[in-house]
Design a protein around this ligand. Structure first.
Ligand SMILES: Nc1nc2c(ncn2[C@@H]2O[C@H](COP(=O)(O)OP(=O)(O)OP(=O)(O)O)[C@@H](O)[C@H]2O)c(=O)[nH]1
Ligand SMILES: [Zn+2]
Length: 204
């Protein structure tokens, strides 16, 4: 176990009142949170793993789909009546905010999101989803329905002992600014996405 459960409190949102549960990583003291809604003893539980994206989550960026996914996931969990959103604090696929801004600068020069990470000396994705499996275990959850388009999350969680009963797609927020980013995720990172590329010649 890499985490310790530290504190919890009520957290009202526009979609309902969640309970926010705070965890600390034992090795690094880094913190993560879970947003828990309703009765989570009835498994499988609707679950979303949301990786931190300051620009998308808090600053309204249209370069990615994160802000849209965060809202849609909280909304869907509240509508379902129970579920959990893990807010996984590994910003920029775990290269950190400042390196993500460096990667964005390289993307402004024409590199794609994977090439930009490589140019900076990082793997395409540096995240560790075993932290998420540990958060679920500390919440006594071992069977989930996972909201994701990323098969890697499923692979790592299953290996860590979490049963994924169902994958539920979460495709929101596609726009002209993130069209190329989403295409790269589908083509190079294995994401299951049904994109609607804007075609200027299209009549419909
Ligand atoms: N390094 C890097 N990180 C990015 C970039 N754009 C978004 N991110 C980060 O990517 C993470 C979100 O990952 P995504 O690839 O959008 O989606 P996912 O979580 O793998 O998959 P889904 O479950 O389908 O949403 C967040 O931590 C963002 O900060 C980028 O261009 N470069
Ligand atoms: Zn983002």
């Amino acid at each position: 176990m890499q985490l310790k459960r530290i504190a919890q409190a009520k957290l009202p949102t526009p979609w309902g009142t969640f309970t926010i549960v705070g965890f600390k990583e034992l090795a690094t003291s880094k913190d993560h949170v879970a947003m828990v809604y309703g009765d989570i003893t009835q498994q499988p539980i609707l679950t979303r793993i949301h990786s931190e994206c300051l620009t998308g989550d808090a600053l309204f960026s249209l370069r990615c789909d994160c802000g849209f996914q965060l809202q849609a996931a909280l909304q869907q969990i509240a509508k379902t009546g129970n579920g959990v959103l893990l807010y996984h604090r590994q910003e920029g696929r775990n290269i950190g905010l400042l390196n993500k801004i460096r990667a964005y600068a390289l993307q402004d020069e024409g590199l794609d999101t994977v090439e930009a990470n490589h140019q900076l000396g990082f793997a395409a994705d540096e995240r560790d989803f075993t932290i998420c499996a540990d958060m679920l275990k500390l919440l006594n959850i071992d069977q989930i329905k996972l909201l994701t388009n990323n098969p890697e999350k499923i692979r790592v969680l299953e290996q860590a002992g979490i049963k994924i009963v169902e994958r539920i797609p979460l495709e929101v927020g596609e726009n002209p600014n993130n069209e190329h980013y989403l295409e790269t995720k589908a083509q190079k990172m294995g994401h299951i996405l049904h994109l609607h590329p804007l075609n200027k010649d299209e009549k419909s």
